[in-house]
Design a protein around this ligand. Structure first.
Ligand code: AMP
Ligand code: GLY
Length: 428
């Protein structure tokens, strides 16, 4: 099987590594890719937002399976363009990707499917916003309806801050916000591999979203992650498949937009059970990185079965004993800004440690020197016998890497911190 991965980040590098490890996969191509992927994949230039360019490339390399990593091309319909050429693609159609592309749409689907989630109201003006804020009370949760690259959500006890964020979002043409009930409890990421009608769950993981230790500071794309969640109920994945994923797949089918790809269920484990915080239509980054490290089943075979609508032909994925931890190394200024061109050292030494992969997220080559080229620069992922062992190995390897302005958290997977962090609230 020849595979083509679309994207440039850590998620795509981790996917490329896992695909390359599948004996059924004969070639791994990536576009646009990054310097880390070049070790295991053939890189190609492409505009990931152009369906016809991606489909042309897939034809040119003879891809049997295309995996579209990020949400923006999926929402733009890139998977439809590839599918229209008769090439199998793991990733939802543009209409199914609205589960992530529009918070209001996803809330509507959840309501119709009876999925447990926060109560919510969609608002397009200040009076509606004020009424909704007062109906739910503090802490206030205000979400931009549109894709906002992780910056669209404000969770705060400060009513003025909530009103100001809503005003900013609704001031744009057609701008709407979703105001919702605050969900109290640790957050968990559950990835469901879906073929339109059936789904297999991957092992749950946890992502550390804030920039600073102890869950302080602004939200980021994710500063680290780990699996398994030894503290969570052992039937969590099964419960989420039954209460969330299968009803959602049925509702999407009923609407004529069957969901094929990764349904990323962001959950809060509240006192009254798991509640959906959000749906995404792709793997989480870095949340999926440790999950792929412990995946015991061949990834290409699994994703190809989903893309072909025959997931029932493959067994549910298995997972190795032990644990994996990923620690993200970010550049100066992240998440408000990022720093480019700083020289990175120590990547080879870190990657030579047993069970460690150095995953590239925002790197570039300047001549033959590896330099920073984004907010999240690298992710150091380690396998271990348990979470504490994997964590120690990840940090020992990460200690070998340096670049000017390097930022990282020191408490990734230091349980029970991840448990208490939950949904962090800013005080305004
Ligand atoms: P989202 O983009 O919807 O994932 O939201 C980003 C972050 O905001 C989540 O990871 C949560 O930490 C927080 N959040 C979103 N919705 C809620 C909610 N209803 N209750 C508590 N926290 C929330
Ligand atoms: N780590 C969160 C995300 O991928 O959205």
């Amino acid at each position: 099987m020849k595979t083509l991965v679309i994207g440039t980040g850590g998620r795509e590098h981790a996917l490329v590594l896992a695909l390359a490890a599948d004996p059924a996969v004969t070639e791994v191509h990536a576009a646009p890719g990054n310097p880390g992927m070049a070790a295991v994949a053939t890189l190609h230039g492409v505009d990931p937002m152009s369906g016809s360019d991606v489909a042309d490339l897939a034809e040119r390399v003879g891809a049997d399976l295309v995996v579209v990593g990020p949400e923006a091309p999926l929402v733009a319909g890139v998977a439809d363009a590839v599918r229209a050429r008769g090439i199998a693609v793991f990733g939802p159609s543009g209409s199914a990707a609205r589960l992530e592309g529009s918070k209001a749409f996803s809330k509507d689907v959840m309501a119709a499917a009876g999925v447990p989630t926060a109560g919510a109201r969609t608002c397009d003006g200040p009076e509606e916003v004020a009424a909704a804020l007062d109906a739910f009370g503090p802490p206030y949760v205000v979400k931009d309806d549109a894709l906002a690259a992780g910056k669209g959500v404000v969770v705060t006890r400060d009513r003025d801050e909530a009103v100001a964020h809503a005003a900013l979002c609704t001031s744009r043409d057609g701008g709407r916000v979703v105001v919702e009930e605050f969900l109290d409890g640790p957050e968990v990421s559950l990835f469901a591999i879906c073929d339109g009608t059936t789904a297999h769950a991957l092992q749950p993981a946890q992502d550390f979203k804030r920039i600073f230790d102890g869950g302080r500071g602004p939200n980021t794309g994710g500063m680290g992650s780990y699996t398994p969640l030894t503290w969570a109920r052992p039937d969590l994945a099964e419960v989420v498949l039954a209460e969330v994923v299968r009803p959602t797949l049925a509702e999407m089918q009923r609407r004529g937009a069957p969901f094929v790809g990764c349904l990323y269920v962001g959950l809060a484990l509240t006192a009254s059970g798991p509640r959906v915080i959000e749906f995404n239509v792709r793997f989480g980054d870095p949340d999926v990185q440790p999950v792929l490290a412990v995946l015991g089943s061949p990834l290409g075979t699994l994703l190809a079965a989903a893309a072909d609508g025959r997931l029932t032909d493959v067994p549910p994925p298995s997972f190795r004993d032990g644990a994996a931890v990923t620690v993200v190394l970010a550049s100066a200024g992240y998440p408000e800004s990022s720093s480019k061109g700083d020289v990175i050292t120590g990547v080879e030494a870190a990657g030579a440690e047993p069970g460690v992969d150095v995953i590239h997220a925002g790197t570039a080559l300047d001549g033959d020197r590896l330099v920073t080229a984004g907010g999240r620069v690298l992710a150091v992922r380690a396998l271990g016998s348990d979470v504490a062992d994997a964590r120690a190995r990840a940090y020992a390897a990460a200690d070998r890497i340096s670049f000017p302005g390097l930022q990282r958290r020191s408490d990734i997977a230091a349980e029970p911190l991840g448990v208490v962090e939950g949904a962090s609230v800013t005080d305004g």
